[in-house]
Design a protein around this ligand. Structure first.
Ligand code: NAD
Length: 490
């Protein structure tokens, strides 16, 4: 394994080798080569939590002037932009996402940190009306403390920064666990945080697999968990968190519907459907994986989708012209193929793709479109996390609303119509956390993002995200004399 880079954990402002010496490889899904090795030692979580606790209790992070915290966050953002190409290159090497997207994501991080830096000096309590003239009652908004942040592999830096922005603004410190598939860029971010002047112990990164994640979720000295990943893992996290009554934000998967009415702009809608499912090879939580197309336009739209899916440029994700990269791992590819097989067994017709690309082989599943399925089929109910679109038809608005809401998930939905009233009616009735009308996949640091139902609870982004990392302390001051019976509460 010559040329393999070795990375230690990042704890208390420095790289620290795992005491056990245990390590795991990380490979490039396009070439299959192992390019780095990282620590995989759950015992390191304890050290990282201690460092984060010290940094929280002893300061200066939580107590420094708000504008100073903001300045350090903004400096980190600038350094991430400065090094966006390096970060994007590492991310593409790790998860096989096309370089255009990883570069755009790396360049977006500064905006997230800047937005939440702007909140540091707007964290304010309230003066509460006094129940008697001689009392002063007020609240303070104080940081939760030490946060455990566990993130997935599909947009590692972006999803981590969605969490870092609000938790750093609140004055919290953090132990991060990146995915075992994409461990490196979180370490790169932590190094740049140190260069920015963010004190040691504020951001700690412990790499590794499920045992490291489990050590974080069950750690009694973590005050708040924030997790992005799959539902089955989230249940482990939530159960472990419950043992310590640790509150958690859970951002989970989806099976998001895209609804096309007959009056939609057909070209825009077709583009939206294609990008919604095939961007990042379908490996996005918001993948629009269920298409409901009005029966009057279904044949035309399916024809267009099949044509365009066949023309997508698959290949080396580090090439600027590539439109779709590989699945991020062999396990992921196998899961996608087995779900396509199940759809076939349940009567589905594969009208595009359905196979590993004969020329690229390996981990490239061709953009896949499946018809002759309905809401009872597993391909319509279960998250694939791959380039697989299930297409169904509908007759009217009431019918499609029922079909779209008939899912255990509730992350997002797309509606394509030129009837403005219908668009808003649908938005009101769709039981999901985000609705896109005549667009798809937009996210912003300003817009709350998070799912309903089995897609999770709590929000990333927007003002609301800050609340997860703050708690309210109420202070009573008796300004003069004893005015009441101290043995009576009320
Ligand atoms: P995953 O659930 O397998 O892993 C997520 C993280 O949890 C990883 O860091 C993993 O190492 C860790 N982990 C694994 N076992 C653990 C355990 N027992 N205890 C604690 N942590 C553990 O998810 P994934 O495959 O990395 O990511 C794909 C999933 O993430 C999909 O379901 C996708 O929809 C979801 N996702 C959701 C959002 C969102 O914002 N809603 C965004 C991106 C991805």
């Amino acid at each position: 394994m010559s040329g393999v880079e070795v990375f230690d954990n990042w704890i208390d402002g420095a790289f620290v080798a795992p005491a056990s010496g245990a390590r795991m490889p990380t490979s490039n899904p396009y070439s299959g080569e192992v390019w780095a090795e990282v620590a995989d030692d759950p015992d390191a979580v304890d050290d990282a939590v201690r460092a984060a606790r010290r940094a929280f209790e002893d300061g200066p992070w939580a107590t420094m002037p708000a504008r100073e915290r903001a300045r350090l966050m903004r400096t980190l953002g600038e350094l991430l932009t400065r090094d966006a190409d390096v970060l994007a290159g590492a991310e593409t090497r790790d998860n096989g996402k096309i370089i255009r997207e990883t570069t755009a994501q790396a360049k977006s991080l500064e905006g997230y940190l800047d937005y939440f830096a702007g909140m540091t000096d707007k964290i304010i309590g309230q003066q509460i009306p006094s129940p008697a003239p001689n009392f002063l009652v007020y609240t303070e908004r104080v940081p939760k403390g030490v946060v455990g942040a566990i993130v997935p592999w599909n947009s590692p830096l972006a999803l981590l920064t969605w969490k870092l922005g609000p938790l750093l603004a609140a004055g919290c410190t953090v132990v991060v666990k990146p995915s075992d598939i994409t461990p490196v860029t979180a370490l790169m971010l932590a190094e740049r945080a140190s260069e920015a002047g963010i004190p040691p112990g504020v951001i700690n990164v412990v790499t590794g697999g499920a045992s490291v994640g489990a050590a974080i979720s069950s750690h009694p000295d973590i005050d708040k968990l924030t997790f992005t990943g799959g539902g089955p893992t989230a249940k482990h996290v939530a159960r472990a968190a419950a043992e310590n009554l640790t509150p958690a934000v859970l951002e989970l998967g989806g099976k998001s519907p895209q609804i096309l009415f007959a009056d939609a702009d057909i070209e825009a809608a077709t583009n939206g459907l294609l990008a919604g499912i095939f961007a990042a090879s379908g490996q996005t939580c918001v993948a629009g994986s269920r298409a409901y197309i009005h029966e009057d336009i279904a044949d035309e739209i399916i024809g267009r989708l099949v044509d365009r899916a066949g023309q997508l440029v698959l290949g080396d994700p580090s090439e600027l012209t590539t439109e779709m990269g590989p699945a991020a791992s062999d396990e992921q590819r196998d899961r996608i193929l087995s779900m396509i097989d199940a759809a076939r067994d349940e009567g589905g017709t594969i009208v595009a793709g359905g196979v590993v690309d004969p020329e690229l082989g390996g981990r490239f599943v061709r953009p896949t479109i499946i018809t002759n399925v309905d809401n009872r089929c597993s391909i319509v109910r279960d998250e694939v996390f791959g380039p697989v679109l299930a297409v169904m038809t509908f007759r009217d608005e009431d019918e499609v609303l029922k079909l779209a809401n008939d899912s255990e998930y509730g992350l997002a939905a797309g509606v394509w119509t030129n009837d403005i009233r219908r668009g808003h009616r649908m938005a009101r009735k769709l039981n999901v956390g985000t609705v896109w009308i005549n667009t798809y996949r937009n996210v912003s640091y300003m817009a709350p993002f998070g799912g309903f139902k089995q897609s999770g609870y709590g929000k990333d982004n927007g003002i609301e995200a800050l609340d997860a990392f703050l708690q309210t302390k109420t202070v009573w001051v008796e300004l003069e004399g004893i005015t009441r019976d101290p043995f009576v509460v009320g």
